[in-house]
Design a protein around this ligand. Sequence first.
Ligand code: PEP
Ligand code: MN
Length: 332
Amino acid sequence: MVIHLNKSVGKEQAEELGRKYESICFNDGTRYVLVTTSKVKEADATLKAAAEATFVTDTDIQLAGKQYMNDTRSIDFGVVSIGGANNNTLVITGPCSVESEEQIEQASALCLELGVKVLRAGAYKPRTSPYTFQGLGLEGLKLLDKMRTKHGLKIITEVRDSTHVDEVIEYADIIQVGAKAMYDQGILRKCGKSNKPILIKRGFGSTLQEFVQSAEFVLSSGNPNVMLCERGIRTFETKTRFTLDLCGVAWLKQYTNLPVILDPSHAIGYAYGVADLSRACIAMGIDGLLIETHPNPKVAKSDAEQQLNFEQFRALYKSMGAVASAVGRKIV
Ligand code: PEP
Ligand code: MN
């Protein structure tokens, strides 16, 4: 159960109630909020007296659920926002990894040319093998920071593990929690202490319940700015890298209040299918798309096969508006 305490309830009293009802207690900027396990279905007299509103939830998808908040949360990136009352579909693009200043300058130039406002690129890469390119680390973050200052782009980059979570939170405008880090509660809780937007990617072996519950760790630590990213799950199929779970996306839209971003690049794993998948995703009425592009995918240091070259991305970008407007949305 989620309990909105009366605005007159101060920190000390809220924390005391939190302890008494074995619940998480945080301030949402307007009031103190308690969250008990979802097994609690009724407030007793003491809680009722202190509460302004209570929300009963079926499962531990609580703060992220429609039973708590019916509208999709609005996430503001400064230059543009998604969710809430608008019907924006945000396009995010850039290479899998920051590889050099020249490469990330080229990626920035593509964004500026098309009017894409958010540049993506990993500095700390969660590679499957320790022997492949692991990312430029702090040097990569500094290059992204340079692109932000020089070109006014917003930057999204990923946290791989706890060793650099503070650094990424400091440098990024949007913090990406990668598929392999989705279960890392240390990272999630730290992201919950920031107020920057957090994009959580679905672990490729995670159920929707587990996926959304990872968002609950961030939300219940006090950060309301959480987005979910479907990036493909592992199935029996081996011809494609993963399987993009569009049924899951429909479920997320139906039952959660979090904006949903889709990543067709990691899902299929091959550039040939990214444009078709992107348009299919837009047609589902989603809040954003994350697409990998590289000035020369053949020599990319990570995810070479799935990155679009700039010509391919330009053509895809041009085709997006018509699909978006067919479903009442706008590409931003
Ligand atoms: C990425 O976005 O480059 C990435 C590594 O994604 P994922 O965590 O979904 O594998
Ligand atoms: Mn990648």
